[in-house]
Design a binder for this molecule. Structure first.
Ligand SMILES: [Fe+2]
Length: 505
């Protein structure tokens, strides 16, 4: 955001709102980035449908066929449900989940000596590097040219990626010039740049982004459904000043009914904000309390933009009954904070960086004949390439984060480091994570529903394959390659995570 959080409600004007929200350049860039990351890929292979046959023999093939049947069934269920919905939830539709890899050379090799030789060679090629202290280890590659050819983008994918970047930059330049001629003064002026590369969902969000209903819905089924949790008590940071007895009564009533929810962005507290084109940026660490209506609608009750501090022990609380612009600005602070936490903690750390640790450890520790190698290798496609690009263009010194994001300029690294110390194995397993957050059994929680279904299907597939090769814990313990792989992930890739107690050794 481009102005500090508001401290009073009465002074919020349209100038305050427009001055706080990102400028034309930042907004256009955000739209382009989303398009770049979300548009259909030319060489996409949906989950479970890779063409290569890594396993031989009828049993693994039967397990894979069952996996495909389960995924197709889930696909049909989601399509049928979405036809009934005004805002279809598509994020976990199996056909949209890409993760397979082109064929490698699985030369049949039955001799132990050759397995060792293969790993020795791979360990020369796939080396670890520290990108930033306190963050997961990465593949040692200064640029994509340093990556082994098999790990780079396929030519068709590379051309599509690079062309989309060029097209996006051209579109941004046009929007910038266009808005120079008629600068933004009111919220409606955002429409001036709402053209070009965009999705059908973006169109719907554009029409209703100011509604409380969509604001609440996004915590359940938006880009970041990872932060919301059902309240078990009133958060200690929520200081209710005198005169707010009605609000306290409402919160306590919802709490007793089990319909009180919260989203706390405390991870952002104290993260230094960036300076963009000479303009100081601002960050906050909001708390939102929401209630779930019997219909399943999630609606905000109160927003505290900043936690209490010695200089402000009772921060202002923003309510839906406040002047509309003050309430809108408070919600905008929440959405802005959600972007940073989602992008850095849940997207970059939990998916990209963790996937890279597993991909590198797999190449270093498991020979091509190992069943876990065969199981995982189709799902590591492009991980090293996209992450190397991100470290060179997105989160690098002088990269996109430094150029336009409020968390750029080092704040983003601090935030990921902080998130890394809080990483738990449970938070990576949807059944545990959703149970811990009190989100099971809620009909309007579409992410939770689809994530659990997909998890069950993947678990059935993985267990089916694993049980063909491992008939008991003693066989797992007696597999030196598998044990070395686990140690490499925890002790090397995740920087001694076993000592932090939340990741199993
Ligand atoms: Fe991504």
């Amino acid at each position: 955001m481009r102005m500090p959080p508001p401290t009073t409600k009465e002074d919020v004007t349209m100038d305050t709102v427009m001055g706080s929200l990102p400028n034309v350049w930042q907004t256009s860039l955000q739209m382009t980035s989303i398009w770049l990351l979300c548009h259909p890929q030319p060489d996409k292979v949906p989950l479970g449908h890779h063409q290569e046959e890594y396993f031989s023999g009828p049993e693994p093939k039967a397990v894979l066929r069952q996996f495909q049947t389960d995924l197709d069934k889930l696909e049909k269920e989601i399509v049928a449900r979405n036809e009934q919905l005004d805002l279809p939830y598509e994020h976990l539709k199996p056909s949209l989940i890409e993760n397979t890899r082109l064929a490698g050379n699985n030369t049949l090799d039955v001799f132990q000596k050759h397995r060792e030789q293969e790993l020795e060679e791979r360990q020369q090629i796939y080396c670890w590097a520290t990108w930033k202290e306190g963050l997961p280890m990465t593949i040692a590659a200064g640029s994509i040219d340093d990556l082994p050819p098999n790990m780079r983008f396929h030519e068709q994918k590379r051309l599509d990626y690079e062309w989309t970047v060029i097209a996006g930059l051209m579109e941004m330049a046009l929007k910038y010039v266009y808005t120079l001629l008629s600068p933004w003064k009111r919220l409606e002026d955002f429409d001036q740049i709402f053209w070009g590369q965009k999705t059908a969902m973006a169109e719907k969000v554009h029409q209703r982004w100011q509604d409380d209903e969509l604001f609440g819905y996004q915590f359940l089924n938006g880009t970041n459904p990872m932060l919301l949790r059902r309240s078990t008590s009133l958060p200690s940071r929520l200081v209710l000043p005198s005169g707010m007895e009605e609000l306290r009564a409402q919160l306590e009533k919802e709490l007793q009914k089990g319909s009180l929810f919260e989203a706390d962005f405390i991870l952002l507290d104290g993260i230094p904000a960036n300076v963009v084109q000479g303009e100081k940026q601002y960050l906050a660490a909001p708390l939102v309390m929401l209630k779930m209506e019997p219909s399943g609608k999630l609606l905000p009750i109160v927003i505290q933009i900043q936690p209490p501090s010695p200089s402000c022990p009772t921060p202002p609380l923003f309510l839906p009954s406040d002047p509309p612009l003050a309430w809108l600005l408070a919600k905008s602070w929440v959405r802005s904070s959600d972007f940073h936490v989602h992008e850095l903690q849940y997207h970059l750390l939990h998916t990209h960086l963790l996937a890279e640790v597993i991909a590198v450890a797999t190449m270093r520790c498991l020979p091509g004949l190992h069943p876990v190698f065969k199981l995982l290798i189709p799902h590591t496609r492009y991980t090293m390439d996209i992450n190397t690009r991100a470290r060179n263009q997105l989160i690098s010194d002088g990269g996109l984060f430094d150029k336009v994001r409020s968390t750029g300029g080092g704040g983003h690294v601090q935030l990921i480091r902080r998130a890394m110390t809080q990483l738990t194995y449970r938070s990576l397993c949807p059944p545990d994570d959703l149970a811990d957050r009190g989100l099971l059994g809620i009909p309007s929680a579409l992410y939770a529903h689809d994530a659990l279904r997909l998890w069950e299907i993947i678990a059935r597939y993985v267990e089916g394959i694993v049980h063909l090769f491992y008939h008991g814990d003693d066989i797992v313990r007696g597999d030196p390659e598998l044990q070395a792989w686990c140690r490499e992930i925890t002790e090397v890739g995740l920087c001694q995570a076993q000592d932090r107690g939340e990741i199993p050794p």
